[in-house]
Design a protein around this ligand. Structure first.
Ligand SMILES: C[S@@+](CC[C@H](N)C(=O)[O-])C[C@H]1O[C@@H](n2cnc3c(N)ncnc32)[C@H](O)[C@@H]1O
Length: 265
């Protein structure tokens, strides 16, 4: 598939991740913030309000099975998806439930708890960084400019990426939005692949990538100094995920067995 943007180890594909993913080479970390629905009753005027993240291209919401072939993933999720996501993460391997704590949330005025916490599940085999990268994630919502209606703060994504990967590794965001994950990858010396179904966000992400460092230490979290890029150590080439799974299925293996074989590579 032709890339929408490709420069210095960072690639953007404009398309549906369910198709693009099948043709990708293996990655070291999936760090993503998929679309999900948040329905809020109430509101300042007592009306029923409905907030929807972009669900373009997804008829039945985010399918968590999409993460199954990956052994190292960090995924934002709605409260309703938490049980399924933790169940997937704890299937085998190690996992942690992380929270993004917002000192400045916008109250929904619906008699519910203040929406000052978002949930993030990390499934991993190995952790990176130090405790300062893996301690409480407290980041202001309004602390920095965002480029998407549900854009995440760069500082938050940066911290997650340091906990889940090291320099030179490849990070994938299949629901890239405005490219916050890719921007963090560039600043931290990772290679990265982003997939986005809406072209306008591919364009915004490409513009963000063409700018110099985006670090804005305006949150209560630690400031981060982007390290110099270090060329990755060459690795034994792995087959493409789609090809490998198909060949396993053709040899009579079940989907779960094929995925298990893929993880061993
Ligand atoms: C929650 S937003 C990500 C925002 C991002 N974290 C940021 O900071 O800008 C999810 C994105 O997934 C995109 N999306 C939805 N379905 C998709 C699909 N099937 N393939 C690729 N992208 C998709 C939406 O257009 C949306 O921009």
């Amino acid at each position: 598939m032709r890339a929408y943007y490709s420069h210095a180890g960072i690639t953007i594909y404009h398309g549906d991740c369910r198709e693009v993913l099948l043709g990708l080479d293996p990655v070291d970390l999936v760090l993503t913030d998929p679309p999900y629905e948040l329905v809020a009753a109430g509101g300042g005027l007592g009306k029923k309000r409905r907030y929807e993240q972009s669900l373009a291209g997804l008829t039945d919401g985010f399918d968590i099975g999409l993460l199954k072939p990956f052994s190292n993933w960090i995924c934002f999720c709605a409260k309703a998806q938490l049980v399924d996501l933790i169940s997937l993460a704890s299937d085998c391997g190690r996992w942690m439930l992380l929270t993004w704590n917002k000192p400045d949330p916008t109250p929904l005025m619906n008699g519910n708890y203040l929406p000052d916490t978002e949930y993030i599940v990390h499934r991993f085999e190995k952790l990176y960084g130090g405790y300062k990268d893996r301690s409480r994630f407290t980041v202001m919502v309004g602390g920095e400019k965002v480029f998407h209606p549900t854009g995440k703060p760069l500082l938050l994504i940066t911290k997650l990426m340091r906990a889940g990967s090291e320099e030179g590794q490849v990070v994938l965001d299949p629901f890239m939005g405005s490219g916050t994950t890719l921007r963090a990858a560039k600043d931290l010396g990772r290679r990265a692949i982003g997939i986005e179904i809406e072209e306008k966000y591919c364009e915004i992400a490409a513009k963000r990538l063409s700018q110099e460092s985006m670090f804005q230490a305006t949150s209560t979290g630690p400031s981060v100094t982007p390290p110099a890029y270090v060329a990755p150590t060459p690795r034994t080439p792995k087959p493409k995920m789609g090809d490998f799974i198909n060949s396993q299925l053709a040899s009579g293996k079940s989907v779960d067995e094929a995925v298990a074989e893929w993880r061993k590579l």
